[in-house]
Design a protein around this ligand. Structure first.
Ligand SMILES: [Zn+2]
Length: 220
């Protein structure tokens, strides 16, 4: 595996940055692909660019602004607020987003001679997104291989981890401080520990606190 090339689906957030460090450890050559779909915050794209530059990783940015044309949602539209109601899909949901993203990444990957694709999708913190499920990723992997007659392998290092375990993985990869300070997960566009108010910050910081207290417990 080491001697091959991999592409990481990369947003500049905690999860995909952890995946990037994982890829850098496991593959000879790594590139990242970011989707520009008129995110609420241009900071997201800027943050992804900065991280790729700092880690010296080639970066492709794909224009996916058509996503908003297909499905107006809270991630792309300022006039739709971010809400998560019990038993309902969050307002950030876009049907088939991972299906599209992984398919576009596969097309780019084949052109670049890379058969390994890494994505930070996760079933554990599954908030109702059907195309984040392991069964979906495995199914799409088969479909992509058939559609392009190519031997893709989709890797999902975070699939069964919760947020605290994702911090643990970043730490094991020697990237804890980097991920904590330089990534952007916050819906309000605040880097690092974020605005501490939005659902993304709550999830991230809860996992961080769990991991830090677990680590301190292990030391004492
Ligand atoms: Zn926030």
């Amino acid at each position: 595996m080491k001697n091959e090339k991999a592409l990481v689906v990369f947003s500049g957030g905690q999860d995909s940055t952890t995946c990037l460090f994982w890829a850098l450890k496991n593959f000879r050559e790594v590139e990242v692909v970011t989707f520009d779909y008129n995110q609420r915050h241009k900071e997201e794209i800027e943050c992804a660019k900065e991280i790729a530059a700092e880690l010296n990783v080639p970066h492709t940015i794909l224009d996916m602004s058509l996503l908003n044309q297909l499905a107006p949602n809270a991630l792309t539209r300022d006039d739709i607020s971010i809400e998560e109601k019990e038993g309902e899909l969050p307002s950030t949901f876009v049907d088939g987003r991972n299906l599209l993203f992984l398919t576009f990444v596969a097309i780019v990957a084949k052109q670049k001679g890379a058969r390994h694709i890494i994505t930070g999708v996760c079933e554990t913190d599954f908030s109702g997104y059907p195309d984040c499920r392991d069964v979906f990723v495995k199914s799409l992997n088969v479909t992509l291989n058939l559609s392009m007659d190519y031997n893709f392998v989709i890797h999902t290092p975070l699939m069964w981890l919760d947020k605290a375990e994702t911090w643990e993985l970043a730490d094991e990869l020697g990237a804890f401080e980097f991920v904590r300070e330089k990534t952007l997960t916050c819906y309000n566009g605040v880097k690092g520990d974020g605005c501490k108010e939005c659902p993304a910050c709550h999830l991230r910081n809860k996992g961080l606190q769990e991991y830090v207290s677990k680590k301190e417990g292990a030391v004492n």
